[in-house]
Unconditional design. Structure first.
Length: 543
């Protein structure tokens, strides 16, 4: 029996054992809804933006440790926390499951009016298998490990073992069954991350005998069919490697993609994607929550194996799409500065943008606004969100407050929204909304703020929404907006009215009317860096 058929049977077994009731409509559960090129996340029948934070890897091991954390999360205006589920803790002995810790987490989240995204730390976390149960770790004959190019075993379970896959899938489905029973009506847990930062180290591919045997076989028809069907839309860097062999449609991995570490990575990407897909599809057969896989991003000019090879990275995203049809989307984890570049890559071919993990630094507030405003992202989450000592001062909390107030407008009209992200290197952005062109500059360009003299600038970010032919809202900090008519550039565009305010129960409340010095005598609309706020303004044109 080949691997593909055995995995279909594995999914079928879990479907029969733990299928959802026919009376339950999958659309009543949290799910993704696509409207044109925009994907929205629907929770309890309404579009939902994840204003999140990811807990540190070991933060949720007891309610005692979490006691001082809950108030921090509320102070920073989070609506969702991302929390690990540790395979070693829920299945300490094979076949014996204990979800009491997670029942407590769900109940406390409900009490604090927070949603949850569970991160499945199963076979892999940051490439390694450190969260596998002890009964898996100590039985290497039954649960084999990956090997490097010198045939040395690694702290990594090989994805080529059906025994590894079956054990991982069994635990994952047990979790999904428990969530269905405990939370199927409440929907506290709204999404699942399947594994964590999958990837092979320190070699580009696994050299376990099971892997070597597969590497010498022909490339599966499922992948070839996908490549042929999507040939014109493949990622350019991936298509280029296939082109070098003349777009061959039959042969071994090296015959189709050439001999290189990049072929090794493509081979591993197929194995990882089909492994993760088997788990995701089996889990969805139990309880159909949205499921995604995240990636550790590679550094420029680095080779596979020096970074976690074959994770769901943009240059092998086509392989993941082909092998992981049951996975809803792929997500980047950010620990490098090239935010726009990576977001552009992750939104190719209409992959929804969700950023489940970003270094908790001074850039996250501006980036959250940009990810949601420009990319129509479904959410954002800094890592180790509980580590702050002063949650009331965190810019991300202030930005989340603004986004939450705008949420009804954002989710109702995502096609009439834009976002900007500015710093000293990128001081201006041009956007078009309705009949107007917006020239948006960093507020430090005015020279009014003390920090404008610094060598580096604090990042500025904002969301701009059109709510009428000449009416707009802007929310964020550190920006200056000037305007031009697109319909008739010979006319001058003026500012008719600017109000600073806030939304209370979806009702707009004016705090103060801005004019004179606050609009530079009608020349611009601005929000200084240290004053995150929402402005409503109207434009008009004159000769």
């Amino acid at each position: 029996m080949n691997t593909y058929v055995s995995r279909l049977l594995l999914i079928g077994i879990f479907t029969i054992q733990c299928s959802i009731s026919p009376a339950q409509n999958a659309n009543t559960f949290p799910h993704l809804s696509k409207k044109g090129a925009i994907t929205q996340f629907i929770v309890d029948g309404k579009p939902f933006l994840i204003l999140g934070g990811e807990l540190g890897n070991s933060s949720f091991t007891s309610l005692e440790y979490m006691k001082p954390i809950w108030p921090k999360l509320k102070t920073m205006n989070l609506n969702t926390i991302l929390a690990p589920v540790y395979w070693e803790l829920i299945e300490p002995a094979e076949g014996k499951f204990d979800f009491s810790l997670y029942d407590q987490l769900i109940n406390e989240s409900r009490r604090n009016k927070l949603k949850l995204v569970f991160l499945w730390f199963g076979a892999w976390k940051n490439s390694m298998s450190s969260y596998a149960p002890s009964w898996v770790k100590i039985n290497q004959d039954r649960f084999p490990r990956a090997r490097d190019c010198n045939s040395k075993s690694q702290e990594i379970l090989t994805p080529f073992s059906e025994t590894n896959l079956q054990a991982d899938t069994k635990a994952y489905c047990a979790m999904m069954q428990h969530l269905k029973e405990m939370d199927g009506n409440e929907h506290t847990v709204i999404m699942i991350q399947t594994e964590n930062e999958i990837g092979m180290l320190p070699s580009a591919r696994d050299y376990h005998p099971l892997a070597t045997k597969k590497f010498q076989e022909k490339v599966p028809n499922q992948l070839i069919t996908y490549l042929v069907k999507n040939k014109e839309n493949l990622a350019p860097e991936f298509r280029e490697r296939w082109a070098k062999t003349g777009y061959k449609e039959s042969g071994t991995w090296e015959e189709i993609f050439g001999r290189s570490v990049y072929t090794d990575e493509i081979f591993m990407a197929w194995q990882y994607s089909t492994y993760a897909n088997t788990i995701a599809e089996a889990g969805k057969a139990v309880y159909p929550l949205p499921m995604y896989v995240n990636a550790a991003l590679n550094r420029p000019d680095s080779l596979p194996g020096s970074y976690p090879s074959a994770g769901p990275l943009p240059h092998v995203m086509d392989v993941w799409k082909a092998g992981g049809s049951g996975i809803d989307f792929l997500s980047p984890d950010f620990y490098n500065p090239n935010f726009k570049q990576w977001c552009d890559l992750y939104t190719r071919n209409e992959n929804p943008l969700f950023i489940p993990e970003h270094r908790f630094d001074e850039t996250v507030a501006a980036k959250a606004a940009y990810a949601i405003g420009h990319y129509k992202g479904i959410g954002f989450a800094p890592f180790s969100i509980e580590s702050t000592e002063n949650p009331e001062k965190e810019p991300i909390g202030k930005m989340y407050s603004l986004i939450n107030q705008l949420n009804p407008l954002i989710t109702a009209h995502p096609d009439k929204m834009e976002g900007v992200l500015l710093d000293k290197k990128n001081q201006m952005s041009i956007i078009h909304l309705g009949n107007y062109e917006f020239a948006i500059k960093h507020s430090y360009t005015l020279g009014f703020e003390a920090n404008s003299k610094n060598e580096t600038w604090d990042p500025a970010g904002a969301i701009i929404l059109q709510t009428g032919e000449n009416e707009f809202f802007v929310a964020g900090s550190g920006i200056v907006l000037a305007f031009k008519s697109l319909n008739n550039p010979t006319l001058t565009t003026g500012i008719l009215k600017v109000d600073e305010g806030k939304f209370e129960n979806t009702n707009w409340k004016v705090i103060r009317h801005l004019n004179g010095d606050q609009t530079h005598q009608g020349r611009h609309v601005r929000i200084f860096m240290n004053d995150p706020s929402i402005l409503r303004f109207e434009l008009y044109t004159y000769k």
